[in-house]
Design a protein around this ligand. Structure first.
Ligand SMILES: Nc1nc2c(c(=O)[nH]1)N[C@H]1C(S)=C(S)[C@@H](COP(=O)(O)OP(=O)(O)OC[C@H]3O[C@@H](n4cnc5c(N)ncnc54)[C@H](O)[C@@H]3O)O[C@H]1N2
Ligand code: MOO
Length: 396
């Protein structure tokens, strides 16, 4: 059995970046830029008024009334040069006429006929004007490769006139659920049956990630059926998530089926709880995770291994699971040998381990916000001790 850190290293050895595609801006939201983006234009593209008011030449003004000779709404272009002692009625976003360098807000003026009196004592040369290229100059670096395209980044790129950008494409992920005992929710249950929850949980977990989820397959504990499902998934997937069938029982066929499909087994079993029987394999650029069937094991392995792999493969710069340190509210014990990921609740100061740690139980997982990490050789963490905590994302 390998350690948690060895498992992370093995997985990261096989997480190549997804290929680059050029997508329209809105489709690129939530993905990561695959190249530096330089501005194709000056923004603003002209000296621009920041207010509704009057544009004029500050130097020629000399505190004298100005004659209003032009009217410039946003989107129009006034071609005549303003003479000294002239002003133009101008609106927010409009281009300054040639000869003007300053705008006074309309609230700080008085108009008598065509004569404009400026009453703004704070006014300076250049007030209320956004100079050409003051946001960004033509040819300057706008966003660097590796930037996560959030709403602001998408808006910024649109503002530069850019319609499409190169990004790391979404991963195609398939789920294969194994188990004879499983029954879809909504049906009445018989003795020996178990409601199937893993596919629902994984589908929900994948929803806010840079992933295209392909069809989920449900297979009996049967080698040929498992092989066919893996082969079908490998036709189109970058990543295959299997659940169940990876421990020591006579009906645990996933490892053999992966091997029959030409998948190289990278590791099987980690010194951890829950999720000890995790199986990880690869074929060409494709990664396969055999997640142990117990639902809390599936989710723990998802947060600890699958999610970081998805983030790495799609070039995502931020880690959704945050590593922090908190003080323990109560002493916690465990046996030496395995790293424990314990469901817990933390605030800004302390962490409290929850009840219901067993891996068949999801109730506590549904209400906690973090996993306390107890290292493999540790047997006791004392109340008040500073401990490592993995804060779970609220959106997954
Ligand atoms: N002799 C041993 N037995 C077990 C070991 C071991 O080391 N030696 N490991 C235990 C651990 S730890 C885990 S975790 C489980 C993993 O088992 P499998 O991956 O083979 O999963 P199954 O046996 O198919 O199922 C385990 C458990 O989870 C329920 N399950 C499975 N799939 C679903 C699903 N889609 N939705 C809801 N519940 C599911 C299943 O009914 C079982 O109760 O093995 C231990 N055994
Ligand atoms: O690892 Mo198993 O997930 O402890 O039950």
């Amino acid at each position: 059995m390998i350690s948690v850190s060895e498992a992370r290293q093995f997985i990261s050895n096989y997480t190549g970046r997804s290929s680059v595609v050029t997508l329209p801006l809105v489709e690129a939201a939530g993905l990561t830029l695959a190249a530096d983006i330089f501005s194709p234009v000056d923004v603003p593209f002209f000296h621009q008024s920041a207010m509704d008011g009057y544009a004029f030449c500050y130097q020629h003004w000399q505190q004298q009334p100005l004659s209003v000779t032009a009217h410039i709404p946003a989107g129009s272009w006034h071609t005549q040069q303003l003479a000294a002692q002239q002003a133009a009625r101008i609106y927010t976003g409009a281009a300054l006429p040639i000869g003007a360098d300053t705008v006074v807000m309309q609230e700080k003026t008085q108009l008598a006929g065509q004569l404009l009196h400026i009453t703004d004592e704070q006014l300076q040369q250049g007030s209320n004007v956004r100079p050409r290229g003051s946001e960004i100059g033509k040819g300057a670096l706008a966003l660097h490769a590796g930037t996560y395209l959030n709403a602001a980044a998408i808006g910024f790129l649109a503002n530069l006139g850019i319609a499409c950008v190169p990004v790391h494409r979404k991963l195609k992920v398939s789920i294969i659920v194994t188990g004879n005992e499983l029954l879809q929710p909504g049906n009445s249950i018989s003795h020996g049956q178990v409601y199937e929850s893993n596919s629902f949980m994984l589908t929900a977990a994948l929803q806010n990630l840079p992933v295209i989820q392909l069809a989920t397959q449900y297979v009996q504990d049967d080698v040929p059926a498992t092989i066919s499902a893996i082969q079908a998934a490998l036709l189109y997937s970058d990543m295959v998530l299997l659940t169940g069938g990876v421990s020591a029982g006579d009906y645990d066929y996933v490892a053999a089926a992966m091997q029959a499909c030409g998948v190289q087994q990278v590791f099987h079993k980690i010194k951890q709880k829950p999720g000890k029987p995790l199986l990880f394999g690869q074929k060409a650029h494709q990664l396969l995770f055999g997640l142990p069937g117990n639902p809390a094991s599936v989710l723990t392995c998802f947060y600890e291994y699958v999610l970081p792999a998805i983030e790495a493969m799609t070039g995502q710069p931020h880690r959704r699971v945050q590593q922090v340190q908190r003080r323990l509210s109560d002493t916690v014990y465990k046996k030496a040998g395995l790293t424990h990921f314990m469901k817990a609740v933390c605030d800004d100061v302390q962490v409290t381990v929850s009840q219901a740690q067993e891996s068949y139980r999801l109730s506590s997982f549904a209400t906690v916000n973090c996993l306390l990490v107890m290292e493999d050789e540790a047997t006791c963490y004392e109340k008040g001790e500073l401990v490592n905590v993995h804060v779970l994302p609220t959106t997954i």
